[in-house]
Write a protein that binds this ligand. Structure first.
Ligand code: PMP
Length: 356
């Protein structure tokens, strides 16, 4: 059998293991921040009809620029956005990959504030972009001064901000986004995968887009919409940014089936987003309950909670798994992350936590 090392693979990929949270078959899966609620029957029917309508035309390539879908996404986002300011791809992971292909690459650098979404450095690696792991401050916070100082030192071509941040859950103060935009010499990508779950008063970077052509906001249908399996992510930015990613995207990257399914899902957004409030309720319940038990817990604007276990997090992770509850060990010593799902899932998680 040939091993990976025997192949003429790129030197910077040698010895690496692929990204991946364990996909284990356990009763309570709270490790990848999915929406725990299945697609409602009526929406599944509508998606089925939309897919059926495409089938006879599968001999043809899809709309390469996914114009109708992008118009629907622009209408959903509001803020006066138009189709020229929105781009879509297979998950926000692919969106961010395209951004790095267009604005990063060999000889260029991308910077993020650790701990943040673990795919950002991996996408940079794949795109041959040097990654700079800048640091968050006390209690995983990030002030404008801390962010600007690190951006000024490294002068990266691409800055990733994540708001609400994964794995901490907390949204950024808009002053941080404004200050980084001001200080950064290159593109500033604000990953807002969890925006729909933010607590009242949180401000999206979408509001700052006018007059900032180097700002990109990425979003996804994987979380609030409960459409992770459909793979649909998107960005909002200046039309010039959309023109830039069109230089690197694969032709026909979004299949006709993906476009049709996503449009049907968006047409039923009220039914899909109806779960958001219930999930936020479970999120707040987890935060309150764990704090009442004396644990340190990060403020959450997302559908997950980062909490301190008071010991080795790998041991706690296994103890929870033994009780059928799968959470995420993000590699932060002493901390674990749990997704907020249904009330029954919260019950199971909180009961399992009593055994630690
Ligand atoms: N950004 C963040 C912060 C995430 O947590 C995730 C999913 N875990 C993504 C982006 C990617 O989501 P998708 O590719 O499904 O849109």
């Amino acid at each position: 059998m040939t091993t990976l090392d025997e192949l003429p693979i790129r030197d910077d990929l040698r010895g690496l293991t692929p990204y991946g949270a364990p996909q284990l078959d356990v009763p309570v899966r709270l490790n990848t921040n999915e929406n725990s609620y299945p697609v409602p029957e009526a929406v599944a029917d509508a998606i089925g009809k939309a897919l059926a309508a495409e089938l006879r035309d599968l001999n043809r390539y899809p709309d390469r620029d996914a114009v109708a879908l992008r118009a629907d996404l622009a209408a959903y986002l509001g803020h006066g956005l138009t189709v020229e300011q929105v781009w879509a791809a297979n998950g926000s992971n692919e969106i961010q990959q395209q951004l790095l292909q267009a604005f990063g690459g060999p000889g260029r650098t991308a910077l993020g504030f650790t701990p943040a979404y673990s795919m950002h450095p991996l996408l940079a690696l794949g795109a041959g972009t040097r990654w700079v792991p800048a640091q968050r401050g006390v209690d995983f916070g990030l002030t404008a001064d801390e962010a600007v100082a690190q951006v000024r030192t490294h002068r990266p071509d691409v800055v990733f901000l994540c708001s609400p941040n994964n794995p901490t859950g907390t949204a950024l103060d808009p002053a941080v986004v404004a200050a980084v935009l001001d200080a950064a010499p290159g593109m500033v990508v604000v990953d807002e995968a969890y925006a729909e779950f933010a607590r009242p008063g949180t401000v999206s970077a979408l509001a700052v887009l006018p007059g900032h052509p180097r700002l990109v906001v990425t979003r996804t249908m994987s979380k609030a919409f409960g459409f992770a399996g459909g793979r649909l992510g998107y960005l909002a930015a200046d039309p010039a940014v959309v023109a830039a990613v069109q230089l690197v995207r694969l032709p026909y990257h979004l299949s006709a089936l993906t476009q049709a399914a996503a449009r049907a899902a968006l047409a039923h957004r009220d039914a899909l987003l109806a779960t958001v409030e219930a999930i936020m309720g479970q999120r707040d319940r987890i935060v309150a309950e764990l704090r009442a038990r004396g644990l340190r817990v990060a403020d959450s604007d997302a559908n997950f909670v980062l909490f301190q276990v008071g010991g080795d997090q790998a041991v706690a992770w296994r103890a929870l798994l033994e009780q059928g509850v799968l959470v995420r060990d993000v590699g932060l010593p002493g901390w674990l992350r749990v997704t907020a799902g249904t009330p029954a899932e919260t019950d199971a998680f909180l009961t399992a936590m009593e055994s630690l």
